[in-house]
Design a protein around this ligand. Sequence first.
Ligand SMILES: [Zn+2]
Length: 231
Amino acid sequence: MFGSESVAADLLAQVRWRNGVTCPRCRSDLTVKNGSYGHFQRYLCKNCDRTFNDKTGTIFAHSKVALRKWLFSIYAFLRFNTSLRQLQLEIDVQYKTIYQRVERFTKALDAPSLDLVGPVEIDEVYVSAGLKGRERDQESRSRGLSTRGRGSYDQDKPPVFTIVDRGTGDRYVIPAKSADESTVRLLLANREKEPLTVYTDGFRAYDPLDVDDAFDREYVVHGDGEYADAD
Ligand SMILES: [Zn+2]
């Protein structure tokens, strides 16, 4: 999925700079591309004359673990409820480290403006705040699948949307304030003239897609679990 470090770097850049590149030190947007830092784009700030890269100032900046491993962990944690203990073994870091990084990353993201081509798969999972690591570890042992209660921040279980654009191969992991119709519309905002094909389950927040000409809604069935071509 995040098969190479450059794919992971692209994803990070896409999420981080969705409103344009700004200098992490002086916040100026007078920046130009300036070579590269490993797989990551480097920039020069013309205001403060310092360089930075896609990772500078993020929780990944000083990690020895490859970014693609972090993104895989975060995706697996949110989408498949893979336990942090299991992920800890897979990427070989201390439990505390992975707990902090995954938690901080999921908190740091919010809705990017997506450029969806489709067909699109959209789904949500819920992350309990507070005792997240322990709770989810227990659930994943006993149930093996995502928590599928429909929550909101009010209930201390913010939803996290996962969107896969089969058209482009892009994947998005987007925490949201609530799993309601307006959030779904915002995420799937369709700028194309052709209807966007969207695969969802039967959750009612997706129902308005049925009657909106901008969308062709298709259904997926949870249980055997995954989408037809899940990888
Ligand atoms: Zn600057």
